[in-house]
Design a protein around this ligand. Structure first.
Ligand SMILES: Cc1ncc(COP(=O)(O)O)c(C=O)c1O
Length: 396
């Protein structure tokens, strides 16, 4: 046999794993042993995609709509998304500025690939959505991670940008509502941050994947600000609000000067987003479907309230009430300085699966955990009772 020595790229070798998958693996193994598990680790809605999506996709398949679409996506879906922005967000978005992608994941990668030269800096919060850090590193960009905590709702602010700005920052990335904290950046702050970045000639990427899933407030998009500068790129997806994680369909709204570059990158990197999913998505933007999704949003809102109240009553109230998504970021520094061990023990001893903060960064990451309220209110209440008992056993 010819000798061959594996020779994998450094950037691939050093890529960090997603620790939540480890917890999920452990939880599944315990389930196989017959143990009851309360899943609060994974960041996806527990609802299945809507019936109308299934019907539309079946019809599309029967009609042979299984070929590539244009790289930017089905024209009728881009058009429909433009109308959705007008109706839902009072935002004037031209379909020419919309590109369909295989999930928000691809949109994020594509946007960063369009923007970054090696060594360019990207500013984001710590904690943040983990893959963003990896995308920047794969492109040999440089991360500027700003530690944030409960005092700013775990979000970047205009004051952060003003105080910590550095030469060569090419882009700022925020998510509102965010993963892992579920908190929102208020629109007047967000637009000022975009304007500040524009004065520094930096792009401003707003991940709105959890928009629509907001509580006690209307859904809002930075795109509804007519005065937004030409540096704003919005990322979104059918995964979360639309409950279509497995269909791998997202989109990006980008300024006109970027569209030809994004199209060329898309032509080379993935050709097009999945065609059947695009046909399904056309139907999830119809009024009937949006009504069903609104009912599901209300369910998440009730779950958030139930979880937060149960934690308050158990004497373990989180510092920040999340305003959106389905996450709660909880400071556990009173109980541990090793969130990974805390999560593993909690799972092994009580069957409650949650995610250590170390998935989302390094700043106080061993003192935080993320709880996803992607299970029923009854299960959430049961989980809090178990967590309280676990904490009591630690302090005995
Ligand atoms: C903030 C954020 N952005 C992007 C994504 C990727 O989503 P998609 O399923 O659309 O690729 C996720 C997934 O959890 C997320 O939390």
């Amino acid at each position: 046999m010819t000798d061959f020595t594996p020779n994998i790229a450094d950037h691939a070798q050093t890529l960090q794993p997603f620790r939540v998958m480890k917890i999920l693996g452990e939880a599944k193994a315990l389930e196989r042993q017959g143990k009851d598990i309360i899943h609060m680790e994974i960041g996806e809605p527990d609802f299945e995609s809507l019936e109308c999506v299934h019907d539309a996709v079946k019809a599309a398949l029967d009609q042979g709509k299984t070929h590539y679409t244009a790289t930017l996506g089905l024209p009728e879906l881009r058009q429909k998304l433009g109308e959705f922005y007008a109706d839902f967000y009072r935002a004037n978005v031209k379909s020419d500025n919309i590109m369909l992608t295989p999930g928000a994941s691809s949109a994020l990668q594509l946007a960063l690939t369009a923007l970054l030269n090696p060594g360019d800096k990207v500013l984001m919060s710590d904690p943040t959505y983990p893959c963003n850090r990896q995308f920047v590193q794969l492109l040999h960009g440089e991360l500027v991670l700003l530690p944030v905590d409960a005092s700013s709702d775990y979000q970047l602010t205009l004051a952060h940008l003003e105080e910590y700005w550095q030469e060569d920052i090419k882009a700022v990335m925020v998510a509102s509502p965010s993963n892992p904290s579920g908190t929102v950046i208020e629109q007047d702050e967000l637009i000022k941050m975009a304007q500040f970045a524009a004065t520094k000639n930096a792009y401003f990427l707003v991940d709105e994947i959890y928009q629509g899933l907001v509580y006690d407030r209307p859904a809002e998009s930075i795109l509804s600000h007519a005065q937004r500068p030409d540096n704003v790129i919005v990322i979104n997806s059918f995964s979360k609000f639309f409950n279509m994680t497995g269909w791998r369909l997202g989109w990006m709204v980008a300024p006109s000067h970027l569209m030809p570059v994004l199209e060329r990158l898309g032509q080379n990197l993935f050709l097009c987003a999945p065609t059947p999913s695009q046909h399904g998505a056309l139907h999830v933007l119809e009024p009937d479907a949006l009504m069903q999704l609104e009912a599901r949003r209300k369910t998440f809102e009730r779950r958030r309230n139930t979880l937060f109240k149960a934690m308050q009553e158990a004497g373990i109230a989180p510092k920040v009430l999340p305003q959106g998504a389905f996450y709660l970021y909880w400071d556990v520094s009173d109980y541990t300085d090793n969130a990974e061990q805390f999560c593993s023990r909690l799972l092994a001893e009580t069957g409650v699966a949650i995610t250590p903060g170390t998935d989302f960064g390094t700043h106080k990451a061993q003192q935080h955990v993320r709880l996803a309220y992607t299970t029923s209110e009854k299960q959430l209440q049961k989980a809090v009772v178990k967590i309280r008992a676990f904490l009591d056993s630690l302090t005995l």
